[in-house]
Design a protein around this ligand. Sequence first.
Ligand code: ATP
Ligand code: MG
Length: 253
Amino acid sequence: MLEIKALNLEVDGRPVLKDLNLTIEAGESHVLLGPNGSGKTSLLLGILGFPKYKVTGGSIIFKGEDITHLSTAKRVKLGMGIAFQHPPVIRGIKLGEMVNLCKGDTSQQVTQETRTLAKKLHFSDEFLERDVNAGFSGGEIKRSEIMQLMAQDPDFVMLDEPDSGVDIENMELIGDMIGELLHRRIRPSKRTASGLIITHLATITDYVEVDWAHVMLNGMIACSGNPDRIISEVMKGGYEKCVRECQETMDRI
Ligand SMILES: Nc1ncnc2c1ncn2[C@@H]1O[C@H](COP(=O)(O)OP(=O)(O)OP(=O)(O)O)[C@@H](O)[C@H]1O
Ligand SMILES: [Mg+2]
């Protein structure tokens, strides 16, 4: 699904990713952990091709196609989707209209299908009439991002901290919806969607099963492996200890 090779990325002239390698197969879900400022969000925005994030080396292959220099719009058309860490307020576009747009429907009228989806995400019809994210609470913004992704139904789903600031009941709902987006309820051999989930406390992994975990340090993937092991090492001893242990294991092999 996605193959990133020796990616170097700069934002406003500042290097943020250094020779980063990452491969995600079709049907796989990965989590990415790492300290604040290590480059996690920059990686997602670089994969999506935001103009501010300049590739200075390496390549991004998506579904077998080199997309390193493709526009964001074309990448989205190829099947990428994102739930942002800090999505903007969009005045003048109602949430219902945005959900329609995510489905490829340009009508401004909220359709029954959109209402049904909103209900699934525990949103009342009143929310669909509000400008996107205007005055939404932190948890409502997370649900709204997931709802837009579900309307889009991309093959490659990027989620930037979908679990931060979410209460316990909504966490279960968000976990369920992410499980649906990532085809986690169907047999692995039948899954076609893949995901990359950024998380700090790994709470989301109590609700969504994942296949791989990675730790990012200073713009590089410093350690990768079994999610249970990596998450428990990070929670116990922090990122650097986890990376040291990873490297010691590699040395032994
Ligand atoms: N537009 C920008 N101009 C200058 N520096 C930037 C810009 N955007 C990001 N950076 C810097 O790049 C580094 C990586 O930022 P990024 O948002 O990718 O971190 P992160 O790992 O997602 O952190 P967090 O866990 O806090 O969300 C940070 O030091 C940040 O200040
Ligand atoms: Mg971030």
